[in-house]
Design a protein around this ligand. Structure first.
Ligand code: S3P
Length: 172
């Protein structure tokens, strides 16, 4: 199988979508966002899906979308922060692409999401606490599945896209 996708994983608010769009433009790949696909498919925002059907339902749709995007080629695929919770998702993604973990500190994530109210897992909660707790739970998974880890805190999306491009030259 042709391993020719670039898959961005990382915590909410680490910049997967912005960096992904920039990278796709730079390397002439199509940009895909799994959350966007889920919303289109359900004709509802992520928030509404969580509110109406709950997280488990969302994860089911996410798994389905993940399976489908694994068959795409020459795409930069930005994924939801919880995609790594399913080993099946990651096995599918790994088969078809290079996985890049955009690693951000809790401080950076908090700064990016301070005023956000679109993330159901953080809404009306003690944001910094949830960010730290979830990062504690998930960091090792992001690192375990990553082919390449890129620290995002001190770089703009523009620079990050360049760094990634330089790192994936062998697959382009
Ligand atoms: C989630 C991250 C979100 C979205 C959903 C759940 C998570 O995507 O998929 O709210 O579990 O971390 P972003 O990482 O794009 O915010």
């Amino acid at each position: 199988m042709n391993k020719k996708n670039v898959i961005l994983i990382g915590f909410m608010g680490c910049g997967k979508t912005t960096v992904g769009r920039e990278l796709a433009k730079n390397i002439n790949f199509r940009f895909i966002d799994t959350d966007y696909m889920i919303q289109k498919e359900e004709s509802k925002s992520i928030e509404k899906i969580f509110d109406t059907f709950g997280e488990q339902y969302f994860r089911k749709i996410e798994k389905n979308v993940c399976y489908r995007v694994s068959n795409f080629k020459n795409c930069v695929i930005s994924t939801g922060g919880g995609i790594i919770k399913s080993e099946e998702n990651m096995i599918n993604l790994k088969k078809t692409g290079t996985i890049i973990y955009l690693r951000a500190t809790p401080q950076k994530i908090y700064k990016n999401l301070k005023y956000d109210n679109k993330r159901p897992l953080l809404k009306n909660k003690d944001k910094i606490k949830i960010i730290c707790d979830l990062l504690n739970e998930r960091s090792y998974l992001y690192e375990k599945y990553a082919d390449i880890i890129v620290d995002v805190d001190d770089n703009s999306p523009f620079v990050l896209a360049k760094i990634i491009k330089n790192n994936i030259k062998s697959i382009l």
